[in-house]
Design a protein around this ligand. Structure first.
Ligand code: TRP
Length: 348
């Protein structure tokens, strides 16, 4: 089977509400990549259940959030006909390849994963095996399609490195069998991260030193993708600021996290540099800048919220998109698994 030279895979977890950080940090990039790559965008419901059930909210919430992520993909401009949108658990080959990869990955590699340490917290003995194994499933997600490029944020770079290590060790361990089956230069590609545009780290609207997060108890800390125009406007108006006027230069934002965040959000939504934003608004009061940010945010995000609402009112349509995407994904994944079985020596 010929390898794709350009295939994108990425995933978003269906936990909690999607917010501006998910859009600017991830989904917006997914949309842009459609022009140059074949893309597979997954709702990673199997990753969602790695934390305790009160974190992901139970079955009804998982189903709701899975449809919400799918609706967001579509509302933001991902074309589920030209590309593939589906939820992970529909394609059992992800879990099947993860098992093979469990036997390739080393405990020492997983012990270095910083996200496990963060998520497991102090009570590591009580974390699920799934949480520990999370990066191996992620490697299987990507490699079951032999995807070459993975748009990810900074926090997932270490996991992507691990995917490369797993791909490489598999290629080495089974080099003779891979060659025997006619694959010239290794079976799995070493997937590369794609970081597009200025790294947009969106911080809380209430505290510019904390990441915007779905788990923050204050809804005013974040702009949800499903917020309507009024909610967006109110949250921007209420966003925390400091008493100084905006600086004229980017350096002037250094010790001013709230100002830096709002200017960064403006720049990202506008597709401009922060310096250009400060050329326009530097020296002026926050009230003037915020009024412009309200207009911009409502213009860019209002239609996404409205489209999500429309889609979510029709869960039958979303489910049909996921079923169709799942069937197309599965056809690709099954081919890879057939080859993997032949390589490893599993009779089929
Ligand atoms: N771990 C990713 C996150 O939390 C989600 C994810 C799962 C993913 N599988 C993936 C991202 C494969 C890229 C590729 O953001």
């Amino acid at each position: 089977m010929a390898r794709f030279d350009k295939l994108v895979f990425s995933g978003v977890q269906p936990t909690g509400n999607l917010h501006l950080g998910n859009y600017l940090g991830a989904i917006r990039n997914f949309v842009a990549l459609q022009a140059d790559y074949d893309c597979i965008y997954c709702v990673v419901d199997m990753h969602a259940i790695t934390q305790s059930v009160d974190v992901w909210g139970g079955p009804a919430e998982l189903a709701r959030a899975t449809r919400e992520v799918a609706a967001a993909y579509i509302a933001c401009g991902i074309d589920p006909k030209k590309h593939i949108v589906f939820n992970q658990s529909r394609v059992p080959e992800h879990a099947e390849l993860a098992w093979v990869f469990n036997c390739v990955a080393r405990i020492g590699w997983l012990n270095r994963m910083t996200q496990f340490k963060e998520k497991a917290g102090k009570d590591r003995e009580n974390a699920s095996i799934g949480l520990y194994d999370y990066p191996v499933l992620m490697a299987a997600d990507i490699l079951v399609y032999r995807a070459t490029h993975v748009p990810v944020g900074d926090d997932q770079k270490q996991h992507l490195e691990l995917s490369r290590d797993i791909a490489q060790k598999f290629n080495n361990d089974f080099a003779a069998d891979i060659a025997r089956l006619g694959h010239a230069d290794g079976f799995f590609p070493l997937p590369e991260p794609l970081i597009l545009g200025p790294a947009t780290r969106v911080m809380s609207l209430r505290d510019g030193t904390k990441k915007m997060s779905k788990s923050d108890p204050s809804d005013y800390s974040r702009i949800n993708l499903s917020d309507d125009a009024d909610a967006i406007a109110q949250k921007v108006r209420k966003a925390r600021t400091d008493p100084e006027p905006l600086p004229g230069e980017v350096e002037g934002l250094a010790a001013r996290p709230e100002a830096d965040n709002l200017v960064g959000i403006f720049a990202a939504l506008e597709g401009a540099e922060k310096s250009a934003v400060l050329k326009t608004f530097g020296g002026g009061q926050f009230s003037t800048f915020k009024a412009a940010l309200v207009d911009l945010a409502v213009a860019k995000l209002g239609p996404i919220g409205a489209e999500m609402k429309r889609l979510q009112a029709d869960p039958g349509y979303i489910d049909s998109v996921l079923a169709d995407g799942g069937a197309r994904a599965r056809a690709l994944a099954a081919k890879t698994m057939d080859d993997v079985k032949d390589i490893v020596g599993f009779l089929r």
